[in-house]
Design a protein around this ligand. Structure first.
Ligand SMILES: O=C(O)CC[C@@H](O)C(=O)O
Ligand SMILES: [Zn+2]
Length: 470
């Protein structure tokens, strides 16, 4: 890629924009910005400088410099991604938004929040709760990830069954577009038919079309009554088979999550706690909200019946904090087992998900893979983690992982699915994106990128490589 190196002249100009303390070139200080949560060092890349922005105007000036001098700008939130979307594959600068971390407004009349991109998701959840309100976005990394990154990647998480993904929480975003113009896209409206929904184009574009500098997000009244049920199944295929039945019951659960037994054991070890049914159980965790205690009880009875009729050995009311601590510890528990992990994030229509699990189990046997499986089962989204075993070489493992991927993705696309449900493409999955995406669809994405970012300076090489355009 013919980009300019970050010269001392460029460093001086960057310092003039954001102040000397906000430009870092020391290798040790830059090291944490060379990767996200992908632990395999093969995917780490050092930036040439890390720049911290404190205002939209600074972001704008940095992007104008990038166009003038032709260097890449890689926007970064908390760095909790799993697709290398914030990793500077082609060098240049990492532009961190972590200092733009203010909750600007929680509006209890209009039910919305205005936040800067570096606000931690859990901080927004807590701030809303203090006003008896609720921010529905809830990625598993909520204690560390930022709202800006949630929007840029259209983070999914645990409550999408009822509330949708991040895109459904967003009224509007202020972005700096690749040419450096500050613009607000979308509006605080329940409806509008006023041209393209550009805010929706930004959401999930992984920082390739604009840098989010402010967002107006939906809040809802805090649900007064909620309950977590834990259904334990001896057979994991039966556990997954119950999901469509739970959805069809018309109760609109907030969450329907799945964990298989070996994963429960892994989490148990990591947390050093005993988890219910961990001897040979597989979990379906269902959270429901109700208007009052009776409503909640009625829903619980229905869910209990469905699970029991479909093979659950027990259905328990779970301790909310404990069960969610276990579910949210999935990624960390796997990381504690192995730093070399392939994380599949496949998604199919919910009614195809039991078939997908069958296929995953078949392929895991065929390719002799060590797996851990957790799933946002209510969304059809399965996280298949494939661990490298101690007595495997990287090359032998990688070869089997790739063969598995080919068969798995062929199955997924044949069943109306996609290769990523929520973690995104970044640069980690772009070769597979190219292989499995309809060329016409990919061409439209590239056309949009080229129109908005003609110099290809904003997060280049993410989702696709523009110079590979046919
Ligand atoms: O590490 C993973 O594969 C999944 C991480 C996260 O999306 C989750 O749902 O736990
Ligand atoms: Zn997830």
């Amino acid at each position: 890629m013919p980009y300019e190196k970050i010269t001392p002249e460029i460093i001086e100009k960057l310092k003039a924009v954001v102040g000397p303390k906000n430009v870092v070139t020391d290798a040790d200080a830059m090291q944490p910005y060379s990767h996200d949560e992908v632990t395999d060092p093969a995917y780490h890349r050092m930036p040439e400088a890390v720049v911290f922005a404190e205002t939209a105007e600074e972001v704008s000036a940095v992007l104008k410099l990038a166009n003038d001098f032709h260097f890449p700008v890689v926007p970064r939130g908390a760095g909790t991604g799993l697709a290398c979307g914030a990793v500077p594959e082609y060098g240049g600068i990492v532009l961190s938004l972590e200092k733009m971390n203010k909750i600007l407004e929680i509006n209890t009349e209009g039910l919305y929040a205005v936040v800067e991109p570096g606000v931690r998701t859990s901080d927004l959840q807590d701030a809303a709760e203090q006003q008896d309100l609720f921010y529905a976005g809830d990625p598993c990394s909520g204690d560390s990830c930022f709202i800006g990154g949630n929007i840029a990647t259209n983070a999914g998480g645990n409550r999408a069954v009822k509330y949708g993904t991040t895109r459904h929480q967003v009224y509007s975003v202020e972005v700096v577009n690749p040419k450096g113009r500050i613009v607000t896209l979308g509006a605080r409206l329940q409806k509008q038919s006023t041209g393209y929904s550009l805010e929706q184009l930004i959401i999930g574009s992984e920082g390739t079309l604009g840098i989010i500098t402010k967002a107006t997000l939906k809040l809802v009244p805090k649900p007064k009554y909620a309950l977590d049920l834990l259904a334990i199944f001896d057979d994991r295929r039966k556990a997954m088979g119950v999901v469509t039945k739970l959805i069809k019951a018309g109760i609109t659960p907030t969450c329907v999550e799945f964990m298989d037994n070996i994963t429960i054991k892994s989490v148990e070890k990591y947390l050093n706690e005993t988890l219910q049914g961990s001897d040979n159980g597989n979990y379906i965790i269902v959270e429901v909200e109700g208007t009052n205690e009776d409503d909640l009880d009625d829903k619980a009875v229905i869910l209990d019946e469905i699970c029991t009729e479909n093979g659950a050995s027990s259905v328990l009311v779970a301790d909310h904090n404990k069960i969610w601590q276990a579910r949210k510890a999935f990624a960390e528990a796997v990381r504690a087992e192995s730093l070399i992990v392939c994380k599949e994030d496949v998604v199919v229509p919910v009614d195809q998900e039991a078939l997908l699990l069958d296929e995953i189990l078949r392929l895991s046997q065929k390719y002799n893979l060590i797996t851990r499986i957790a799933s946002h089962a209510g969304d059809g989204n399965i996280h298949l983690n494939i661990l490298k075993g101690d007595d495997d070489t990287y090359e032998a493992w990688d070869e089997r992982v790739k063969a598995n991927q080919q068969e798995l993705y062929a199955f997924i696309y044949a069943h109306g699915g996609r290769l990523s449900g929520e973690h995104g493409i970044g640069y980690k999955r772009k070769a597979l994106m190219k292989e499995f995406t309809d060329p016409g669809e990919l061409e439209m994405m590239m056309d949009i990128k080229q129109a908005l970012d003609p110099n290809n300076i904003l997060n280049p090489g993410k989702i696709f490589d523009i110079d590979e355009k046919a």
